[in-house]
Design a protein around this ligand. Sequence first.
Ligand SMILES: *Cc1c(COP(=O)(O)O)cnc(C)c1O
Length: 228
Amino acid sequence: MSHDVAAAIERVRERIALACQRAGRDPSSVQLVSVSKGHSEQLIRVAYDAGMRVFGENYAQELAAKATGLGDLPEIRWRFIGHLQRNKIKLIERARATVDTVDSSRLAEAISTRAAARGEKVEVLVQVNIGDETQKSGCKADELPALVESVRALPNVTLRGLMTVAPHLEDAEATRPFFAALRELAEAQNLPELSMGMTHDLEQAVEEGSTMLRIGTAIFGPRPAMKP
Ligand SMILES: *Cc1c(COP(=O)(O)O)cnc(C)c1O
């Protein structure tokens, strides 16, 4: 294999450890989610064998297929990190995925209603469009308190924290204020989980308090061209 996934995971773990050292944090306080969108089940198995357990996927259909194909891996866990349409919720149910991209009370209600029918609870994060970018999903910062309140009122979802895709800036240091802003929003809402930081800016995210990194490229290498 041209790309050594196990070695790449080692390097990511070293980056996290160094950032934790700078921030005076325990590396075990940062969860590493392997973002496997666009990559094969075979490559996911390699990452699993190298110790990864939590995988992030962006497309409902792709997640459903992979969760079925990898159903023999006893400890695999899935996080849905893409934009979720309400009519696709049923596709990701068998994967028992968390939904890290709740950005409307309508979506949260639909997730809760379907979970109630199965007698289950679904863990969710609320996605915040922290850079207020027109092309990105996520609720606006000023809409967050109302959304958090309505999600918390639902019986079959458990709100664990916030998630954001920060603006992609050439200089990763420039991303820092966005991460700090998300942390402040989470603190104000008393939410423990902060899903922020990707390949390009994981150090800044860890130093600003991320509890969950979503890493694709640094683990699996560049993504193959996506189907349209
Ligand atoms: C693709 C993706 C990632 C991973 O990005 P990398 O730069 O490859 O680490 C993280 N989060 C979300 C929401 C993504 O869509």
